[in-house]
Design a protein around this ligand. Structure first.
Ligand code: SAH
Ligand code: SF4
Length: 374
């Protein structure tokens, strides 16, 4: 499933790997920082803009690396709240990156927060029954460079909203790894990409403002707990018993709750941070009051925050969200036990949850010979 591009993306290189490559090519090591500075601080688009590099080095870079692993295709805006960027990769695959200009937590709604949602795979192998990203299986993993470059594209897109000042990644509050794909199924690339996003020589974005969401690959959660990264973790739970969970998430057969929950606890104890449990509310599937009680017990035991997300309809799938009254009754059971809980309301959140749908639609149009329209 590994994709081998004609040239590796420069955005996938770390300070160490770039220094090693330069040294092996007979170039001085200090050039690595200069190059990364052009990439991340000055955000140039061409080799020729790297004016403090000698011509032969620029030629070597051009011959060795890809400077644009993703190309902007279209921006679909939903009111003022969200932009969905559709990006095309070198092999013509499509991915989505979403900008959400809305509160993500439900608390402190006075302040509009800006969140970026990035993708980690083309499609997804996990096959959750409710999800657009998994409908057609996994096409391939993204490379670290393709993951990082989504954030560069976001900054460029954001420039349009801030006409005079150039948009910096620091103007965003959060990055969530909740787009298309299962990030822990593409472990090395996502860890490398987030290292670059976090590094002082890279995008310099604080690890504590990055949340990775997983459907629950237990060994990889434990491995992630040992990384020096310090990012936050969210678990797509969606079922508070094995019976309910495995009905909609095949991954639960491989890693049932008896294995998943201790792994989450280990992660949270190691990091001293609250983990988030995501729970999509789907009518007649997981919205019973018994499920709410079980979820309450799990959340209390893990000292976890619970994010209740009313199901976002996916074309071609039968599921629906429960009524508002039923959503509130579910949430009340958690609130009554002092569990920290958010019931998502804002439209923008639906867009993040629906990551994967714009790509699916565009792929269908392409297959039918209709050009993607903006
Ligand atoms: N694969 C990872 C991250 C991407 S999915 C994971 O599953 O956690 C990001 C979140 O969107 C997950 O919690 C996922 O369950 C949720 N999601 C997927 N389809 C959805 C839908 N139709 N409505 C609401 N949330 C959905
Ligand atoms: Fe994959 Fe996450 Fe969708 Fe499940 S919910 S199919 S793990 S992207």
């Amino acid at each position: 499933m590994a994709f081998v591009p004609a040239k590796p993306a420069l955005y996938g290189e770390t300070l160490a790997s770039l220094t090693a490559a330069l040294t092996a090519a007979g170039q001085p090591a200090f050039r690595a920082r200069q190059i990364l500075d052009w990439l991340y601080k000055k955000r140039v688009r061409t080799w020729d803009e790297m004016t403090n590099l000698p011509k032969d080095l620029r030629a070597w870079l051009d011959a060795t690396y890809d400077l644009a692993p993703t190309a902007f295709v279209l921006d679909r805006q939903s009111g003022d709240e969200t932009d969905k960027l559709l990006l095309e990769l070198r092999d013509k695959s499509l991915i989505e990156t979403v900008i959400i200009r809305a509160p993500m937590t439900g608390v402190g709604v006075d302040k509009s927060r800006k969140t970026i949602c990035i993708s980690t795979q083309v499609g997804c192998a996990m096959g959750c029954k409710f999800c657009a990203s998994g409908l057609e299986g996994l096409k391939r993993n993204l490379t670290a460079g393709e993951i990082v470059h989504q954030l560069i594209q976001v900054c460029r897109q954001e420039d349009a909203h801030t006409p005079r000042a150039r948009a910096e990644l620091a103007s965003f509050d959060n990055i969530v790894v909740m787009g298309m794909g299962e990030p822990l199924h593409n472990y090395d690339a996502i860890v490398r990409a987030l290292t670059i996003v976090n590094a002082e020589w890279g995008l310099g974005f604080g690890a504590r403002r990055i949340t990775l969401s997983t459907s629950g690959l237990v060994p990889k959660i434990l491995q992630l707990a040992d990384e020096p990264l310090g990012i936050r973790l969210a678990i797509s739970l969606h079922g508070a018993t094995d019976a309910v969970r495995e009905q909609i998430m095949p991954v639960n057969k491989r890693y049932p709750l008896a294995e998943l929950l201790p792994a989450v606890k280990a992660f949270s104890e190691k990091h001293g941070r609250m983990v988030t449990l995501e729970f999509i509310l789907i009518e007649e599937i997981n919205d019973s009051l018994e499920q709410a009680e079980k979820l309450r017990d799990i959340a209390r035991d893990l000292h976890a925050h619970v994010n209740l997300i009313p199901y976002n309809t996916v074309v071609g799938l039968p599921w629906k969200r429960p009524s508002l009254t039923r959503q509130e009754r579910f949430a009340d059971i958690l609130r009554a036990a002092d569990v920290s809980v958010t019931l998502r309301r804002e439209k923008g959140h639906d867009i993040a949850a629906a990551c994967g749908q714009l790509r699916l639609q565009t792929e269908k149009e392409r297959n039918a010979g209709v050009p993607a329209a903006g």
